[in-house]
Design a protein around this ligand. Structure first.
Ligand code: BGC
Length: 466
């Protein structure tokens, strides 16, 4: 049996991570599709923004609803429902004949990825043993970056096909079908099962997923059972102890977006095109996008290798320091030399994307799958995810205006400043979760809450475990 169960665990985590592929595909595909859509539906600038923004609006709605879904129906069923919705939304967008039809399709796709963006990591965290939980949850971010990369290749492949945009959207049906069908054959999360009173089924799942003897399995079931409380309302997150977990999730969610990642991912191809690297055509710009996406993907592999070795806090802090430094340099280069700084600007962008992909990109999704107690895990992740997609929408709506009003150097300087603020936030508040079981992490918050109660003078004084 040795090793066989580990194989099943890897397959389960890998399959659930396909939800990240849907997320990434949609993030990357729109830039290529938009060129076509603008012609086909005679879109003004405002309407182009609406078509792009509709996914983000849908994602906020999906993130709100999916927390309830994941707690009531279970993680596995929720992923099946969300993948099916993605399938319908992609098919619908690909077949759209009118603008309202297209917008409805985009909203459904957004709803599905808003939910799947956190239910995927949630499922993986709950089936994983603590020693490799970080690496397995990061498979989801790897899938996001792979999705963005493949989307550029798909855009490239269909760039000169008539009605190519329909194909660009339709390709999303394939991973969605794989995810929806594949999840049918996977077990439910043992933690969710225990919470819903099905101890036997949970032990059965752990026997399939762990290379451990019966004793160890029973101990794990008992440890989870010991911490199970009744399903709590999300208000519970406002109580002492958990309030801090709520703040950490929301703070990281906002930090991940307001430090500008999606502006760089979108803006890099335009910049490459402006300075003529690797050429001045639209196809060259798509190719440049693919290069940035490849750097993002490769750096995520490094994060997977490091996350259970050096821990979450180290990756976050090194990553944010790198982001702040590269954004600061980028801002200075653009201010003093403009596009003449050419390759240096590109090097800064690559360094920034690498730093994001090592730290805040993957570690945000990982930490929010770890820090909330089982009874409010769905709600806690849902709230953090709403702030993440909300932040994404905010940046999408403001960055072009900022470019035009205060200029690019100042805009990137703001993102650099926000990276410094995020670094301080992490230093002060974010706990280390490496090597701890989800139940131990839960107990840490409870202890912290009672310590706060016992020593009121220290309330609000936060220690960050290291
Ligand atoms: C973020 C996305 C971003 C992607 C880039 C994700 O963790 O949530 O907004 O586009 O990383 O790789």
């Amino acid at each position: 049996m040795e090793g066989r169960n580990r194989g099943i665990l890897l397959v389960a985590a890998g399959l659930a991570a396909v939800s990240g592929l849907l997320f990434g595909h949609d993030t990357g595909v729109i830039s290529g599709a938009l060129l076509f859509l603008t012609k086909q539906f005679h879109l003004s600038n405002g309407l182009q923004e609406l078509v792009t923004g509709m996914v983000l609006i849908g994602a906020v709605a999906g993130a709100v609803v999916a927390g309830q879904l994941a707690d009531r129906l279970g993680r596995r069923k929720s992923i099946i429902i969300l993948a099916t919705l993605f399938l319908i939304g992609s098919g619908g967008s690909a077949a759209a004949q009118t603008l309202p039809w297209l917008l409805a399709g985009r909203f459904i796709v957004g709803f599905a990825i808003g939910g799947a963006s956190f239910v995927g990591p949630l499922y993986i965290a709950e089936i994983s043993p603590r020693e490799i939980r970080g690496a397995l949850v990061l498979l989801n971010q790897l899938a996001i970056t792979a999705g963005i990369f493949f989307a550029y290749l798909i855009d490239y492949a269909f760039a000169s096909t008539a009605q190519g945009w329909r194909w660009m959207f339709a390709v999303g049906i394939v991973p969605a079908a794989v995810l929806a069908i594949g999840m049918f054959f996977l077990p439910d999360s043992p933690r969710w099962l225990i919470k819903h009173g099905d101890r036997e089924a949970a032990a059965g799942v752990l026997r399939r997923l762990r290379d451990e003897d019966e004793n160890e399995v029973n101990n794990e079931v008992q440890r989870i059972q010991d911490r199970v409380r009744k399903q709590a309302h999300w208000h519970e997150l406002l109580k002492p102890g958990l309030r801090l977990a709520l703040l950490v999730g929301i703070g990281l969610a906002i930090a991940q977006q307001v430090t500008g990642i999606n502006t760089i991912i979108y803006y890099a191809p335009t910049f490459f095109k402006q300075i003529g690297v690797p050429g001045k055509t639209q196809t060259a710009a798509i190719l440049a996008g693919a290069i940035v996406a490849a750097v993002n993907l490769l750096a995520t592999i490094v994060a997977i290798w490091l996350v259970d070795r050096v821990g979450r806090r180290a990756l976050l802090k090194v990553g944010l320091a790198g982001m702040a430094a590269s954004l600061g340099l980028l801002s200075g280069l653009l201010f003093f030399f403009g596009p003449a700084a050419g390759w240096w600007v590109i090097a800064c962008m690559m360094a920034y994307v690498t730093a994001f992909a090592i730290g805040l990109g993957p570690v945000f999704w990982l930490l929010i799958s770890e820090i909330y107690p089982l009874r409010v895990r769905g709600s806690g992740m849902s709230i953090a995810t709403v702030f993440n997609w909300g932040g994404n929408l905010l940046v999408a709506l403001t960055f072009l205006t900022l470019f035009q009003s205060i200029g690019r150097p100042a805009t990137f300087l703001i993102y650099a400043g926000l990276s410094v603020v995020a670094w301080i936030f992490i230093q002060l508040l974010v706990p280390e979760t490496k090597g701890r079981s989800l139940e131990e992490i839960e107990r840490d918050w409870a202890e912290r809450a009672s310590a706060d109660k016992d020593r009121p003078e220290q309330r609000g004084q936060l220690r960050s475990a290291s």
